[in-house]
Write a protein that binds this ligand. Structure first.
Ligand SMILES: Nc1ncnc2c1ncn2[C@@H]1O[C@H](COP(=O)(O)OP(=O)(O)OP(=O)(O)O)[C@@H](O)[C@H]1O
Ligand SMILES: [Mg+2]
Length: 321
């Protein structure tokens, strides 16, 4: 089989499009297509080398978390947004413009807030607008971010005009705007988004660290608009052993039957102590431990299963603090 055929088989088996492959190789997709057809007039040999190294890089894929487990954080996030969803549906159905209803979701970094929010967005039947706030975001930048998420052409347009267009488009639609990392926003900026929701009947979700809660509640007098519109204050906490158990078992699902239940429990309990409630550390630890377990010499001894010693090795490489 020549290298082109190998690439075509790779694309077919892994369900990866040629445009994605070309992107991964750092070449244009028309170049790749011409090389495949044999009509490429440039340096064909150079491209074939790139294909070879691409295939080499992708031969041993890292195993990654590609699922969403029913963690407590996920359940709480869904519960909070579901409340907002009901208000929004009723606003749109009855064309009511009450005061906006806001869900505030707060919890420390790395426990799976963003992951759960994105999953919600994926499954929400109506429209949702997902933006991520940054430290330097002013009111104008937030308006622009919302407009861009709505795929509006804002080039050279005045902010007031953009805002009006956003409102017209959103009015009585069942849209939910989700602002992640919103502890970076000044209450003044959050309030601009609140005003849009008041005037359109859409729903709002602000997610962030505890700083978000402190900011809004400490400026209660000045920003009563924000605290009084809270339909839910949802605090989410770090992963518990039950969550870790779900994620670990799902991660090793292809080999689950090869583990002894008792060993698995020991592993899960060790991991639980090591990751200190963080889903992000868990993700890194599992990925690293799995790649250690599948190194050829380990694989021949332990068949790709995770053992306590691989997990400890991964832990020491990640320097978990
Ligand atoms: N429910 C879940 N099921 C499976 N994996 C999860 C789940 N929640 C989180 N993870 C894993 O943990 C990682 C970190 O989660 P996420 O980025 O959502 O955390 P976060 O709370 O938003 O953190 P930060 O505040 O740092 O942005 C995810 O990339 C994913 O690998
Ligand atoms: Mg996040």
């Amino acid at each position: 089989m020549d290298i082109i055929q190998e690439l075509e088989r790779f694309s077919e088996e892994k369900q990866i499009s040629f445009s994605k492959i070309a992107k991964g190789m750092g070449i244009g997709s028309s170049t790749l297509s011409e090389v495949r057809k044999g009509t490429y007039s440039g340096d064909r040999e150079a491209i074939l080398n790139k294909i070879e190294s691409y295939l080499e890089r992708h031969k041993e894929q890292m195993r990654r978390i590609d699922f969403v487990a029913e963690t407590q954080v996920k359940k709480k996030v869904f519960h909070a947004i579901n409340m907002i969803k009901k208000y929004v549906a009723s606003n749109a159905r009855n064309e009511i413009l009450g005061s906006a209803k806001i869900a505030y979701i707060t919890g420390r970094a790395g426990i799976g807030k963003t992951y759960a929010l994105r999953e919600y967005v994926k499954n929400y039947g109506a429209k949702s607008i997902f933006i991520t706030a940054e430290n330097s975001d002013t009111a104008n930048i937030i308006i622009r971010k919302i407009a861009l998420a709505m795929k509006k052409d804002i080039e050279g347009r005045r902010i007031e005009a953009i805002k009006e267009e956003i409102k017209t488009t959103l009015k009585f639609t069942e849209t939910i705007i989700i602002v992640d990392e919103s502890e970076h926003l000044k209450p003044k900026v959050i309030d601009i988004v609140r005003a849009i929701a008041d005037q359109t009947g859409i729903g709002l979700v602000f997610a962030g660290t505890e700083k978000l809660r402190t900011q809004i509640l400490s400026q209660r007098a000045e920003y009563e608009y924000l605290s009084s519109r809270a339909a839910v204050w949802m605090g989410v906490s770090e992963l518990k052993i039950g969550d870790i158990d779900l994620i670990v078992r799902r991660f090793i699902k292809p080999e689950l039957e090869d583990y002894k239940e008792e060993e698995l429990r020991t592993i899960i309990s060790y991991i639980n102590n090591a990751v200190k409630g963080s889903a992000r550390i868990l993700e890194n630890l599992l990925g690293m431990a799995y790649s250690i377990a599948t190194e050829p010499e380990n694989f021949s001894k332990t068949g790709g299963l995770l053992t306590l010693s691989y997990i400890k090795a991964a832990e020491s490489m990640l320097v978990i603090i």
